[in-house]
Design a protein around this ligand. Structure first.
Ligand code: CA
Length: 231
């Protein structure tokens, strides 16, 4: 799976530990130690889930959560709040602010991973599903194989991730910048035209001998996996 997480935690050792463990589980992880940097990170890419510490410099976890819920495009991103023991009495306030779950420190990392997976399965089954399918296209995350009809489609790792990302949210339109961040990563500088080149290759390999193209070019914006494909 390649669900994306944003970890907001100012205790560096804990942040490093969480980042390491979630990456080992196959998550794409971005992190910050400051509450007032969340906005900027959300502009780059909307994560599938946010792990948010309660007490943070800049802006408290509660305030971050309130702002997330107040904005249409971030209002449905699941949030798990991390609280210290002394703050437990405030749990109710946390949940009332719209956190989906909370975990009291110190907690076990496997338990947090289990909770993250359970929330993601509930809100977006496709982000953790082993197989994605639409029309005659099947993508298998365990074997990293893609089939179109009976035919094996031999994709490079980048084209595979591109298809996986698009198929995860059929109909959702991604800008080139969003695709670059999600597929190539934030730390690499790649020209936006690279996206066009790879979409072109992906189409060629995927559509060989077929008339229907599942990838829609949205003029002036970017690309999406056609939600009507195979319907
Ligand atoms: Ca803290």
């Amino acid at each position: 799976m390649s669900a994306s997480l944003l970890i907001v935690e100012d205790e560096e050792p804990l942040q490093v530990l969480l980042t390491y463990n979630f990456q080992a589980e196959g998550f794409r992880v971005r992190s910050t130690t400051r509450g007032d940097e969340v906005d900027m990170l959300l502009k780059e890419e909307l994560p599938d889930l946010i792990i948010l510490d309660w007490m943070l410099p800049g802006l408290s976890g509660i305030e971050v959560c309130r702002r997330l819920r107040a904005r249409e495009e971030t209002s449905r991103i699941p949030v798990i709040l991390l609280t210290a023991r002394g703050e437990e009495s405030e749990r109710v306030r946390g949940l009332a602010t719209g956190a989906d779950d909370y975990v009291v420190k110190p907690f076990s990392v496997p338990e947090l991973i289990a909770r993250v997976n359970s929330i993601l399965r509930r809100v977006n089954p496709d982000s953790v599903a082993e197989q994605l399918a639409a029309g005659d296209i099947e993508l298998d995350r365990r074997t990293r194989r893609v089939l179109r009809g009976e035919r094996d489609v031999d994709l490079s790792p980048t084209e595979y991730r591109l298809l996986e990302h698009l198929m995860q949210n059929p109909g959702r339109v991604y800008s080139r910048e969003q695709l670059l961040n999600a597929v190539w990563g934030h730390d690499i500088y790649v020209d936006e035209r690279t996206v066009d080149v790879h979409v072109g290759r992906l189409r060629k390999l995927l559509n060989r001998g077929r008339r229907v193209d599942p990838i829609r070019t949205v003029r002036g914006i970017g690309y999406s996996f056609d939600e009507r494909f195979g319907a």
